[in-house]
Design a protein around this ligand. Structure first.
Ligand code: NAI
Length: 306
């Protein structure tokens, strides 16, 4: 089994690290245009294997896509990240051409792959990838709301002072500070609705923290985060290659679902070896229905820039 990661920067290299450590595939190709970067990261990672006890083959490449041939999954982490104070949407101009060229190159050698898009602005880049690939919509998955959901769980766990893995929560909508929708009704602690445990005021605070979760990290780090994104991509890749049929929120192309058409946006979907194998049209509260429509409209506006 082979996964190729295009873009060996902070997020791409962390994806390689976590995918290798979990032994999800036997081979990883780490490709970047920057001379030496993929080679250095792959060598460094390989030298960590004896101490940590994993054994994945990691091949570094500089822009030679023939080495990515027959990948089960292609992860697209190439492109500029945001700097403090920037919105993800401000990255459109620079990242469109990167994503288009990466997809066109990768698909020549892996026409059957499922593509996982990570580059921001995520929902627009997922649409760019879908158009550039000409693939059926189930093969193109944007990873954004898995990460947002994990951030929601983190802020809930802090507020409740409970272990994060005892908390379930989901974010849908756009992968943007103002477009994501943390769903209150789906947040549970050991199966108990969190709305029965937290005051409304405390819950709203958590929602605010979640929505600016990425921006908070960008301010602290001077660039965007990588452990959370790398881990979320790893869970998604594991779900695809091991055909787990797991329910997870991802940005996918809608054609009428949730009353929305022609936009890639985060919705709960079943993921397996064919990529998106179903979309679950969960019942939304009236206020979340409005937020979802507004979110789709905001993404459409950014899509208008491509
Ligand atoms: P980075 O700057 O550390 O790495 C990006 C890499 O892409 C660089 O090494 C660069 O040389 C490479 N690259 C640029 N053009 C390329 C091309 N045509 N072919 C191959 N490689 C190319 O950035 P980082 O932090 O890894 O972020 C990457 C992208 O992921 C950004 O757009 C960022 O905003 C996004 N991101 C998305 C998240 C999500 O949840 N969807 C979370 C975190 C970051």
């Amino acid at each position: 089994m082979k996964v190729s990661i295009i873009g060996a920067g902070n997020v791409g290299a962390t994806c390689a690290q976590f995918i290798a450590m979990k032994g999800i595939v036997s081979e990883i190709v780490l490709l970047d245009i920057a001379e030496g970067l993929a080679a250095g990261k792959a060598m460094d990672l390989a030298q960590s294997m004896p101490a940590l006890g994993f054994d994945t083959l990691i091949y570094p490449e500089v822009d030679d896509y023939s080495k990515t041939a027959n990948s089960e999954v292609i992860v697209v982490t190439s492109g500029q990240p945001r700097k403090p104070g920037m919105s993800r949407e401000e990255l459109v101009a620079v990242n469109v051409s990167i994503v288009e060229s990466v997809i066109k190159n990768a698909i020549k050698f892996s026409p059957k792959a499922v593509f996982v898009i990570v580059t921001n602005p995520l929902d627009t880049m997922t649409l760019v990838a879908l158009k550039a690939s000409g693939l059926p919509k189930n093969k193109i998955i944007g990873m954004g709301t898995i990460l947002d959901s994990n951030r929601f769980r983190y802020f809930l766990s802090k507020k409740l002072q409970k272990p994060i893995n005892e908390i379930e929560a989901m974010v849908i909508g756009g992968h943007g500070d103002t477009t994501m929708i943390p769903i209150k009704e789906l947040a549970t602690y050991k199966g108990i609705p969190i709305s029965e445990i937290l005051t409304n005021e405390a819950f709203e605070e958590v929602i605010k923290e979640t929505m600016v979760g990425g921006a908070t990290l960008t301010k602290l780090l001077g660039t965007s985060a990588w452990y959370g994104p790398g881990a979320a991509v790893t869970e998604l890749v594991d779900t695809i290659v091991n055909d787990k049929k797991k329910l997870m929120p991802n940005s996918v192309y809608l054609q009428g679902e949730f009353g929305i058409d022609g936009v890639c946006i985060g919705v709960p979907c079943i993921i397996g070896k064919h990529g998106v194998e179903g979309i679950l049209e969960i019942k939304l509260s009236d206020s979340d229905k409005i937020k979802f429509i507004n979110s789709a409209n905001a993404i459409k506006e950014v899509n208008g820039l491509i």
